[in-house]
Design a protein around this ligand. Structure first.
Ligand SMILES: *Cc1c(COP(=O)(O)O)cnc(C)c1O
Length: 386
């Protein structure tokens, strides 16, 4: 099976992890802070807080921003469920903003229309989570301007987008947001096995997130309610979690950072090759915005229904039968049973649903060979011939 995505592990990665295994610290040692510094430096941002997943990072970002009962978080329906679930963890409510039919990212126009109505109804969002789908940055300048006008905070879900750029800065520099979140799951751009990170320019937010990832416990006398009782002393000053990243994960992530640019460049080379080879087929290849440089975590094509009567599902079955691990990113979150129980229903976000009926993620990862890519294209051609 050619998977839709997979990690690229080099000897240097293995050596880095083994070195940690032989060291004094498997967790809470010096390596995770070095990984945080490497990501902060790469992104040109002051603070980076490493955690055990992007899901955890989204959760503590929302908590640090004060999201709670009575508040609303808005995100795109075309995302992984974690971008929305983080609001529910905080006791807040979720709503969605439909996608742009060209970029598949949250549409700033739909956002503005929804904000006008929400302001009238007194239910403006406290946090908006734009998701850089496939790694392609959202229109952050427009979303940020709306944030200034309507007073919401912005958490970028950049789980697909490390190594990408928006306008003249790296994704993660938080020029247009309060926090940016990355995922290091093995299918993503770089990996730490499981792992995530939140970047921010705001020292207070970074401090709150660091506290929340480790039980709400501090050893910093400045944060305590009174003088330490003695050298053993710590205080729990908030209710946090154990969301820490291990040193093994930190070592793998740090080692992968050295190859981040090469990974993304390889993804772009494969994408350009797909673009050329898919030209004769009845699919729309991913549009690349001139405003950014995508991390290209995914290569998503859409069936052109006016050019083929092959069913979406049949194309999937034919590809999977040939050992091609095509996938679908994503089932619109509002149509998940859990979300339907909250009151959402099919039809609520038509662009996201139309995309879902046509989208296919083709395999793409840095170690993919041209021969493997040719097999994917052949299988797709055959799927349309049948
Ligand atoms: C993968 C992913 C997440 C969750 O990442 P984990 O590190 O697995 O928790 C969140 N949002 C998006 C858009 C993702 O693709």
């Amino acid at each position: 099976m050619i998977p839709y995505g997979r990690q690229d592990i080099a000897q240097a990665d293995i050596d880095a992890v083994v070195e940690v295994l032989r060291s004094d610290f498997l967790t809470q040692g010096p390596v995770v802070p070095r990984f945080e510094q490497a990501v902060a430096d790469y992104c040109g941002v002051d603070h980076a807080v490493a955690v055990n997943s992007a899901t955890s990072a989204l959760h503590i970002a929302c908590m640090a921003l004060g999201l709670g009962p009575g508040d609303w978080l808005w995100t795109s329906p075309t995302t992984f469920v974690a971008s929305a679930n983080c609001a529910l963890y905080c006791g807040a409510q979720v709503d969605f903003v439909d996608i742009d039919p060209r970029t598949y990212n949250l549409s700033p126009e739909a956002l503005e229309r929804k904000l006008v109505t929400a302001e009238r109804d007194g239910r403006l969002p406290k946090v908006v989570v734009p998701v850089h789908l496939s790694g392609q940055p959202c229109d952050m300048a427009a979303i940020h301007a709306l944030g200034q006008r309507y007073g919401f905070a912005i958490v970028e879900d950049a789980s697909h987008a490390i190594g990408g750029r928006y306008r003249d800065g790296p994704i993660g520099d938080c020029r247009y947001s309060d926090v940016t979140v990355f995922s290091f799951h093995p299918v993503k751009v770089i990996t730490s096995a499981e792992g995530g990170m939140a970047t921010t320019r705001d020292a207070a937010l970074a401090g709150r997130m660091a506290l929340l990832r480790s039980h709400g416990i501090t050893r910093d006398p400045a944060l305590m309610s009174h003088e330490p009782d003695g050298p053993w002393y710590y205080q729990q000053v908030d209710l946090g979690f154990n969301y820490r990243m291990t040193e093994l994960q930190g070592a793998l992530g740090l080692s992968q950072m050295a190859r981040l640019d090469a990974f993304v460049a390889r993804r772009h080379a494969l994408a350009r090759r797909y673009d050329r080879m898919l030209e004769p087929l009845p699919v729309t290849v991913p549009w690349q915005s001139p405003d950014g440089y995508s991390g290209l975590h995914l290569y998503v094509v859409r069936l052109q229904r006016d050019k083929t009567n092959r069913h979406h599902r049949d194309v999937f079955v034919a590809m999977r039968d040939k050992g091609i691990g095509v996938n679908l990113h994503y089932i619109p979150v509002h149509t998940q049973p859990y979300y339907q129980r909250l009151g959402f229903k099919p039809g609520d976000f038509p662009q996201a649903e139309a995309y879902y009926a046509e989208a296919i993620s083709l395999p793409m990862y840095p170690t993919m060979s041209e021969e493997q890519q040719d097999r994917v294209v052949d299988a797709l051609e055959n799927a349309f011939e049948a």
